[in-house]
Design a protein around this ligand. Structure first.
Ligand code: GLU
Length: 322
């Protein structure tokens, strides 16, 4: 990508799409806000493709995802980091955690964990707290010798404070909510939680901007940052976009998928104009370029949850060939 004149030492953020064919209007809103926030503040913007879950990445989807971001008028600084291209940084992190006695091999099934868990499933994600009693007593299991085995990170009791730009100050004790964190999967790859932390740290990310569905990961990721010797970034978790039934937008709903909109001939200026209205930059949606979006963007304006309505859909399709 073209290096941006805006890239500077003020900070660094990232766009971190998962190329699962599911980028939707909620992602467009998050990415446009992240990019505009960065360009206003003088932060560098890195692009990272989160493709470690190979079973969910269709062939050619990484290139299509990058094309969609360009279609939206976004740009970024420096090379694109594709997670699956080099697993060594994640293995190095695992070796460091192992040397500090923080991780153990764990082949317990979900059912075994659920059966022994004292808490009810964690809200939302159907997650179950990993019970301390399932930690292996034998010292040999506290190592990273087998890349094709699940490994967990020991979470000691303690409250983590999260300061979020949109949510204020939050407290969580991850030993109570999730317990020992799965950091490596038997598929031979790091889990999302570990990969995000390793990558944010090695690319110098100072500001994480993303959807608030990931707010519940911030405390866990804070523990991993610290265990790997890094300061956690500043957090900015943006409200989500919902459909008219109050469900958060998801790929099952074709009407909100960016690839479907592009294939239907929708002008990206309409997508940007809709996001601008959602972001309070316009009274009503009107087509605009990413540069217009940036020139109107006010980083101090509070972000609110929004609903993608039938009227919004009609606005997007107005004037398209489909
Ligand atoms: N790849 C994740 C997603 O698409 C984002 C991860 C992150 O921003 O930490 O939801």
């Amino acid at each position: 990508m073209t290096p941006s004149a805006h890239a500077g030492s003020a900070g660094t953020t990232r766009l971190a799409p998962s190329p699962t064919g599911s980028l939707h209007l909620g992602n467009a809103r998050t990415f446009l806000a992240t990019w505009a926030m960065a360009r206003c503040a003088g932060w560098a913007v890195r692009l990272r493709i989160e493709d470690l879950d190979r079973s969910r990445v269709p062939a050619g989807e990484t290139a299509r995802t990058i094309d969609l971001l360009r279609w939206l008028g976004l740009d970024w600084d420096g090379p694109v980091l594709v997670q699956s291209e080099d697993l060594e940084p994640y293995r190095a992190a695992m070796r460091r955690l192992a040397a500090d006695g923080r991780i153990f091999r764990c082949e317990r099934t979900r059912r075994e964990i659920a059966a022994q868990a004292l808490s009810a499933p964690h809200a939302g994600e159907g997650e179950t707290r990993f019970p301390v009693g399932l930690r292996p007593p034998e010292p040999a299991a506290w190592a990273f010798l087998e890349a094709h085995a699940n490994h967990r990170f020991r979470v000691d009791p303690g409250t983590v404070e999260i300061r979020d730009r949109f949510h204020g100050v939050l407290h969580e004790d991850p030993s109570e909510t999730v317990g020992d964190i799965l950091v490596w999967s038997r598929a031979g790859v790091p889990t999302y939680q570990l990969a995000v932390v390793v990558d944010d740290a090695r690319t110098g990310v100072t500001d994480v901007v993303r959807g608030e569905d990931l707010l519940e990961s911030a405390a866990r990721q804070t523990l991993l940052f610290r265990a790997l010797g890094h300061e956690p970034p500043r957090w900015h978790h943006l409200p989500l976009v919902f459909d008219e039934q109050g469900r958060r937008l998801a790929k099952r709903d074709g009407a909100c998928r960016l690839s479907a909109l592009r294939d239907a001939g929708v002008d990206p200026a309409r997508v940007i104009g809709l996001v601008a209205a959602w972001s309070g930059l316009l009274e009503a949606p009107a087509p605009m370029t990413a540069a217009d979006f940036l020139s109107r963007y006010d980083p101090d304006r509070p972000a609110a949850p929004v609903t993608f309505t039938a009227g919004d859909h009609a606005f997007l399709l107005d004037g398209s060939s489909g």
